[in-house]
Design a protein around this ligand. Sequence first.
Ligand SMILES: Cc1cc2nc3c(=O)[nH]c(=O)nc-3n(C[C@H](O)[C@H](O)[C@H](O)COP(=O)(O)OP(=O)(O)OC[C@H]3O[C@@H](n4cnc5c(N)ncnc54)[C@H](O)[C@@H]3O)c2cc1C
Length: 464
Amino acid sequence: MTNHYQLAIIGGGPAGLAAASTAAEKNISCALFDEQPAPGGQIYRSVESVPEGRLKQLGDEYARGKKLVDTFRRSKAEYFPETQVWSLNSQREIGILHNHDAKIVTADQVLVASGAMERPVPFPGWTLPGVMHAGAGQILFKSTGIVPSDGVVLAGSGPLLLLLAWQYLHAGVDVKGVLDMTPIINHVLALPMLPRALLARHYLTKGLAYKADLKRAGIRTVYGVSHLRAEGQENLQSITFKHLGRKQTIETDLLLTHFGVIPQIWLTQAAGCEHQWDPGQQCWRPMHDEWGETNIKGLLVAGDGAGINGARSAEHAGRLAAFQILYNLGVLSSQERDQMANEDRKWMRDERHIRPFLEAFFQIPKNLLATPDDETIVCRCEEITAGQIRDAAVKGHEDSNQVKFLARCGMGPCQGRQCANAVAHITASATNEPVQQMGLYRGRPPVTPLTLGQLASLYQENGQ
Ligand SMILES: Cc1cc2nc3c(=O)[nH]c(=O)nc-3n(C[C@H](O)[C@H](O)[C@H](O)COP(=O)(O)OP(=O)(O)OC[C@H]3O[C@@H](n4cnc5c(N)ncnc54)[C@H](O)[C@@H]3O)c2cc1C
């Protein structure tokens, strides 16, 4: 690894891989840093190494990733797996943790392609062992083939929930039920977006086919579920929920929940990029132009980290960012850049026809985001409850940062990743203000935990 690259890419998902392969073709020095042991990101995790049988169970959309990863492997981009990026600033200095040592690398151009994370939504009992995110279940399945042996209940809202139920079905898992918490009214509210969504009808037909498979297999799907609670003493023992006004109980020791995904903005925030509230996606995202350029010179974003648009869009956005980077580096003229971008622009437009429909259909209702009861823990690291957050809000602490100062939520090792969104929603509802006025927790490096020893290794290397 050298200390300086023309291009540094953070993230080895579809966006980062497509950008790296495209840029490296033009013989610039290009490094890709990713915390995972192999390329693929969230969607194509372990795609190079999964056995044939599991590849089939995960579906053809997953298998598509092989080609992208192969192209990247054959490119001249330098690849640094198991490398955590813990800081980024506006001078494009990147703090990385590689082989347990900290190091600062600089780059003329930086592309942040750090993807998305699952939206954490606190509900009573969500901290009990046995309650996990659906994405965590899928990560175990993709990377190791581990699936629940004693059955599982899936609950929440969003396409990933349906996909995971389908993948588990094909892996022979006992899916005891899928509790769909999408409000029934969303089915109506999303209707005006349906004609445009039909232009990307392969997504709709795939979703309907998954549903039909689940139904044929006798897997119970309950629509319009509310008031989800996880119950148990030491571990999860059962869940309760309301359906058509009636309380129901399912005994289970594993509940996987999902409430959509939101961009990982910790690095763009640390670097000082401007962010905006996206009402459709109910989250913050970095502001950027059509090429992915942010307000910071030489710092671009692509993929779900720039706004949720799905894996195929991420790939096109990665390539578009690479064209712009090559232009910025003087490798391409503006005419060459525009000409090369034509195809990706067209495909990306086609891909995005489905997004307004998905956003309206899977819009998480405010009452779910903002009303966990007072005893529910919201900040898992510091064990701060919804009641303590409301208390801070009514004492006049009117935005997320003020609530953080008073209540200590967001001050633990995860630096607020798990609670930032929920705290904003709870504070907004307690103060009767729009959630976008709650602002973001201020982000400071290190954005991921770093030991003093690791930090000290930085200075040994510099001889200071
Ligand atoms: C848990 C989960 C599972 C998903 N599964 C599916 C699925 O099965 N099908 C589907 O269509 N969509 C899925 N999605 C949505 C999917 O992530 C995207 O649409 C797609 O992968 C986006 O591609 P990307 O390149 O933007 O980001 P990603 O694929 O998320 O890639 C980003 C990469 O950056 C790395 N990274 C992030 N921060 C750092 C850092 N600080 N230092 C080093 N590396 C870092 C991540 O580990 C990851 O490898 C999933 C999302 C999540 C959160």
